[in-house]
Design a protein around this ligand. Structure first.
Ligand SMILES: NC(=O)c1ccc[n+]([C@@H]2O[C@H](COP(=O)([O-])OP(=O)(O)OC[C@H]3O[C@@H](n4cnc5c(N)ncnc54)[C@H](O)[C@@H]3O)[C@@H](O)[C@H]2O)c1
Ligand SMILES: O=C(O)C(=O)C[C@@H](O)[C@H](O)[C@H](O)COP(=O)(O)O
Ligand SMILES: [Zn+2]
Length: 364
């Protein structure tokens, strides 16, 4: 088992990563001061619930916890205000109070949604992240919690840190193949923004990682969490450095919204967005190798590098204006400067962005 710490003064918390961690869930909750006198609520989705909900509920109850649960439909469309309202109704019915905790059991959708329930219920209660997707090595750490608006991704949300992240790698074995690849997109992002050596390691071990070979997968998750934890500990509320975690997201988030939050998975949209950022970087004078390498590595992991042609360029451009990085009349881009390094650039001409979106539709 590996352990990491997110250092945020009085809001610091540990991340446990390893096989079988869920067997110790009740004692880890107790160790990290999750209270027994008030009920907990596990929020999960319809794919995760049949496999893990009973087991976790039983373990917690055996450890003396009172446990309620709420199951949402699987997929991005559950990150919606209407779903948040339903969960809050269920939390009231179950008697959750200000000492209660919300437990997010699932991927990034459940983590973001349940985290925002925790941030808003009674103006904020504790929560625990139990990530069950590869992508969630990113989403379970850092405290960004949110739901979507039809016009813009993650536009209603908060910063609310979990008390604890319990990442049981055994849960990843039931993931569908498409979700494995999509989750690895954010792991590759962590390499591309921060660590050339880790990127080379990912490149070298792509096959073993895709086959979920345990030691390789655990190391990749650990390294991804380490990058994320370090960046968040330097800049919790994204005043500066944290923006680098958004590589590929300015274009990616626009694609998800225009595709109605059900055609492209988040990791897939971010993959296309990272190729777009690399193309913009080349136009801004960086070496063409940045683009060829970014694209090659993403394609090696079976991730999409081409933008679906039917997504309307005007709508994509409009959606980009709704991104949180659109400020003072300009879209701020995270651009690679070399493999393992990025810059925040406010000078990208909007016509170049439009041209790159068009080019991405013809990407081989
Ligand atoms: N808060 C953050 O910092 C942050 C970071 C990255 C991404 N995100 C958000 O995360 C979301 C994407 O997360 P995701 O890719 O995990 O999607 P997801 O939560 O929809 O999970 C993907 C799919 O896998 C299923 N699933 C989950 N765990 C499973 C398991 N162990 N076995 C079988 N099936 C399983 C789910 O039911 C779902 O169908 C997006 O909304 C994105 O915006 C947030
Ligand atoms: O944690 C962050 O900061 C990130 O940017 C991580 C991203 O992978 C994630 O998708 C995040 O939700 C995007 O943040 P947003 O502020 O652009 O919604
Ligand atoms: Zn992301």
């Amino acid at each position: 088992m590996r352990e990491l710490q997110v250092n945020l003064r009085d809001r610091s918390y540990p991340i446990y990563i390893g096989e079988g961690i869920l067997d110790e869930i009740a004692s880890l909750f107790e160790k990290h001061d999750i209270r027994k006198a008030s009920p907990l609520m596990i929020v999960t989705d319809e794919h995760v619930a049949p496999v893990y909900l009973d087991r976790i509920t039983q373990s917690l109850m055996a450890g003396g916890y009172q446990v309620a649960s709420y199951v949402v439909a699987a997929g991005e469309r559950s990150k919606a205000l209407s779903v948040l309202e339903d969960i809050i109704g269920a939390a009231l019915d179950a008697g959750l109070d200000r000492s209660s905790a919300i437990v997010a059991l699932g991927g990034g959708v459940v983590g973001d949604l349940a985290g925002f329930v925790a941030a808003s219920y009674m103006r904020g209660i504790r929560f625990v992240q139990i990530p069950t997707t590869i992508l969630a090595h990113d989403s379970s750490v850092g405290g960004k919690v949110a739901v979507n608006h039809p016009k813009a991704k993650n536009i209603i949300g908060a910063f609310h840190q979990p008390e604890l992240v319990l990442y049981d790698t055994a849960t990843l074995r039931t993931l569908p193949e498409r979700e494995i690849r999509a989750g690895l997109s954010e792991m590759i992002k962590h390499g591309l923004i921060w660590d050339a050596e880790f990127t080379a390691w990912l490149d070298q071990h792509a096959e073993e990682i895709l086959a979920l070979e345990h030691d390789k997968l655990e190391y990749g998750l650990y390294m991804g969490c380490q990058v994320k934890a370090y960046v968040v500990s330097q800049d919790e509320k994204e005043n500066d450095l944290r923006a680098i975690l958004n590589l590929g997201h300015t274009i990616g988030h626009a694609l998800e919204a225009v595709a109605g939050y059900n055609e492209l998975l988040h990791g897939e949209a971010i993959s296309i967005g990272m190729v777009g950022s690399a193309k913009l970087a080349v136009r801004m004078g960086r070496s063409v190798r940045i683009y060829t390498e970014t694209k090659r590595i993403l394609a090696k992991f079976g991730l999409p590098v081409r933008l679906p042609e039917h997504l309307d360029t005007d709508r994509i451009m409009k959606a980009m204006m709704h991104d949180k990085k659109f400020k003072e009349g300009r879209t701020v881009f995270v651009l690679p400067t070399e493999i393992g390094r990025v810059e925040i650039n406010k000078q990208v001409p909007v016509e170049w962005v439009r041209e790159v979106v068009e080019e991405l539709k013809r990407e081989a």
